[in-house]
Design a protein around this ligand. Sequence first.
Ligand code: IPE
Ligand code: IPE
Ligand code: MG
Length: 243
Amino acid sequence: MAKNGLEPAKLPSHIAIIMDGNGRWAQKRFLNRIKGHEKGADTVRMVVRTCREIGIQFLTLYAFSTENWERPKAEISALMTLLKKFLAGEKQELLENNIRLNTIGQTERLSAEVQQALNDVMTATASNNGMWLTLALSYGGRAEIVEAVKKIAVQVKNKDIDVASIAPELITHHLYTADMPDPELLIRTSGEFRISNFLLWQIAYSEIHVTPTLWPDMTRDELIGILKDYQQRERRFGRVTQP
Ligand code: IPE
Ligand code: IPE
Ligand code: MG
């Protein structure tokens, strides 16, 4: 048992988080939604630090969905500005802590400036292996699966593969997350019991934890508490427990 009360051998290797509730956090305080996103960015820093310290290998954060493009232009632009600020501010910290930055999603839809800021940090941290921090940006689970299906269809058409060789592993191999294990733990803040198009294929057997806490209010203690709760769960994968 480690100092924080967690069992190192039973830690998830991959935690995925739907960071939700920034807008409500701000509205409750009669503030602009953007203030909630700013406070949410502080929570991102805390969660990245905590996960690295605990020894999590993969942390995937849902930062912007394909559906979020439907939000007002001013909110999208504030989110993009915050992202650039986050990247510039965290680059050094990611390097010092051996964290590698990665993205999943239709990142080609992001502005050239944001893509440049992302590429800069991804290149600088490419050889880090302490933890993979993946930002899901312009990400949609259905779009990801559609892209995988298209790639496989081309291979079949070119007779590179047989239809018979299409198996779950092949689909996994064509997703953005091909190089990552599936998340053992999926956390959603703000009390919504939905997936909102996040990692549809990868969460087939993830343990789900929904907390009513709004993302800007998430604390290190609560995160550790969620991990403790996860460590109590019995993951059966459809089998029966041996007596
Ligand atoms: C999550 O907070 C951040 C993003 C989706 C970008 P929201 O902005 O969805 O906050 P609520 O759900 O309106 O409270
Ligand atoms: C999910 O939150 C997307 C992100 C956290 C980036 P949303 O606020 O967009 O999802 P819904 O609208 O509640 O389903
Ligand atoms: Mg929301």
